[in-house]
Design a protein around this ligand. Sequence first.
Ligand code: ZN
Length: 203
Amino acid sequence: MTRLTLILVIVATAAVSSALTSAFWFVAFNRGAISQAQPQPQRAPSPAPRPRPPLAVAPSGLAIPVVGVKPEQLVDTYTAARSGGRVHDATDIMAARGTEVVAAAPGTVEKLFFSKGGGGITAYVRSPDGQWQYYYAHLDSYWPGLHEGEALRQGDPIGRVGSTGDASPAAPHLHFAVNRMAAGQRWWQGSPVNPYPLLAGKR
Ligand SMILES: [Zn+2]
């Protein structure tokens, strides 16, 4: 082998080696580019879990309609006197303004009504059998999207605790009433039943 031949062999070997290396990287790079360009499977965004204490459901089947309130915190205010010789005919559930108000029982939103000198922002929810009306009053606001005709499950949000109407701004609470409804009675009618034992689990 002449010196020139040896040099040519070395140069040729280097060239082939370089070409192979380039080809390898070219293929590797393009494989990577291709795999990156392929669509990735879409993951449906999971809704952010909202931490919420479990519903306090009494033996009556009614849940305490203010989130986080325990049965032992309830006070029976059913027979408390009210202006004009009236009695209360409801239970006041004290809670911080803005606390979530939820459906004590399933039903259909029959009426959303504003009573300036009374319950303020209120919701009337009729039981599926039509025989009970649940009344939520002094709300600070309705839950966004709440509307008449909406079917609620127990625990579905209705609004937030407030002091609208004739409640004291210093003592926000949910005024909660239960009315027995005779056939054909409308949302403003019915016969009051004391909600306290139904919520507190006492007879
Ligand atoms: Zn009240």
